[in-house]
Design a protein around this ligand. Sequence first.
Ligand code: HEC
Ligand code: HEC
Length: 193
Amino acid sequence: MKLRWLAAAMAAAVVGLSGTLAFSDSDREGREKGERGWLAGLAAPTGVKPVDNPLYAAECSSCHFAYQPGLLPEASWRELMANLSDHFGENAELTPETQKLLTDYLIQNAAEQDGGWLARDVLRDADKRTEPVIRITETAFFIHEHDELPQRVWRDNPKVGSMSNCSACHTKADNASFDEHQVSIPGVGRWED
Ligand code: HEC
Ligand code: HEC
């Protein structure tokens, strides 16, 4: 009985704290982050866990930015890693040993394990699908965040070329930070909507 009361009191304290944090943010974005979860916000203010595996960083960054594992759900990584010989028109095949190590790393750090708001948005998208998505750029959250960008600033911009090229615009993407205030589009500069 006492324990249950304690749990209830703690839950109330958490709700109270969460309210305080949400309202202490003055701008709209701060409130959005507050709604997405104060604990996630404190644990990972940037929204996703940084890459911390040197083998992954080496093997999966030769053609593009090393996408953080928390950007896709487990099922997506399994699907992607099982088809590396036909990887978006490229052959990205690895030795079976490396493939296994990297698949394990991706699964152990996939969106399900991340806990941040960005990963939660990714999982919300996955819930609505029957087949795993293998592009972050095809998730509903991604499209929602970027649908105002005209093609001239990305597709027709030789310094960007593709929306998959996260680090071209997100200056701190390598540190796993996708904050909209750190965006600078090459040849365009800061983006204000
Ligand atoms: C030989 C080059 C090459 C290597 C090596 C490579 N990729 Fe890719 N990858 C590509 C290309 C090309 C695309 C498509 C990019 C585009 O559409 O602009 C892509 C796209 C992706 C995407 C989808 C990005 C999006 O649009 O959301 C993911 C995820 C991805 N790669 C993960 C990996 C992982 C994990 C590894 C390491 C096991 C890896 N890649 C290694 C060439 C490569
Ligand atoms: C052409 C430049 C460009 C590319 C490429 C790009 N982004 Fe963005 N991204 C933006 C801009 C600009 C915004 C802010 C949009 C707004 O405020 O309306 C944004 C917003 C975001 C946000 C929301 C940030 C926040 O503070 O709420 C996330 C998360 C994000 N991008 C992730 C990614 C990921 C992951 C990739 C690669 C798969 C990527 N972006 C590729 C320009 C880009």
